[in-house]
Write a protein that binds this ligand. Structure first.
Ligand code: HH2
Length: 258
């Protein structure tokens, strides 16, 4: 899954593809480089962010979706029913909701009615508060219990279980150690029986682990190692900013594992 942020303030690439034509070109390049789907988002959820209005989010993503006109598999990274509805009408196939259907009470119905795929992600708190001293007794078990509950909620709302994937939410209310533990113990999430998404790409924990205490992003090489280790532990979808490099790293992991 290639990340296309149509935002001025995303944590690693804010402003890079804010213009629709740049976002469209990036999405096409990512698919040419090996992405199976591109995740288009118009709102940053980086630590400390406040969120944007539905109108602003639509203003950012609609021209990109119109430009792509259903030519590529697209996921819409949103928590808002209004944005999801419009994106799905413009050809998006998957709704990637970092609130796991807790943000907008109407989003479940939109996903159920349209037959879209859905990604449910774990987050502790909100982007504004999530990195303030996150605590768990057992991070993998608690994230799995949360995702199991959200999965039941989505199914009860009419989203078929086979259309749902789950994501531990790397960096969303977790310490550096907790992020790595979630990948190490991915089997606990896989036991829920749904495909698991991992989005470690460029996240600051990667910078911390290679010695930069003040990192707000992580280096590419560290992100590739995270992608490969997540893949080897059973992740099905890797949400990444650097598609070509990730596809090359995964080609090696696959060749070894074949
Ligand atoms: N991470 C980000 C955003 N959306 N969705 C899922 N399912 N999993 C993730 O790990 C995830 C996500 C944050 O990355 P990015 O979109 O690059 O940054 P920002 O939120 O600042 O736009």
């Amino acid at each position: 899954m290639g990340v296309v942020n149509v935002t001025p303030d995303s944590f690693s690439d804010g402003g890079v593809t804010l213009r629709a034509e740049d976002a469209i070109a990036t999405a096409r390049r990512m698919v040419a480089e090996g992405a199976a789907i591109v995740d288009v988002g118009g709102e940053s959820t980086r630590p400390g962010s406040e969120g944007v209005s539905p109108d602003e989010e639509l203003r950012r993503v609609v021209p990109v979706l119109e430009g792509l006109a259903g030519e590529l598999p697209v996921s819409i990274d949103t928590s808002k029913a209004e944005v999801a509805r419009r994106a799905l009408a413009l050809g998006a196939e998957l709704v990637n909701d970092v609130t796991a259907l807790r943000g907008d009470p109407e989003l479940a119905e939109v996903v159920a009615e349209t037959g879209a795929y859905l990604c449910l992600m774990h987050m502790l708190g909100t982007p504004r508060t999530m990195q303030a001293d996150p605590r768990y007794e057992d991070v993998a078990a608690e994230v799995a219990a949360f995702l199991e509950e959200r999965l039941s909620f989505a199914v009860a709302a009419g989203v078929p279980e086979e259309r749902i994937c789950l994501d531990p939410g790397i960096g969303f209310g977790k310490t550096v150690e907790q992020n790595f533990e979630l990948v190490r113990r991915l089997d606990v999430l896989l036991a829920l029986g749904r495909p698991v998404v991992v989005g470690f790409s460029r996240k600051s924990s990667l910078g911390h682990i290679v010695g930069d205490e003040d990192a707000t992003t992580g280096p590419l090489a560290a992100g590739l190692a995270a992608a490969v280790t997540a893949y080897e532990r059973g992740a099905t979808i890797l949400r990444v900013h650097d598609v070509r490099e990730t596809a090359e790293a995964l080609a090696v992991a696959q060749a070894v594992g074949a």
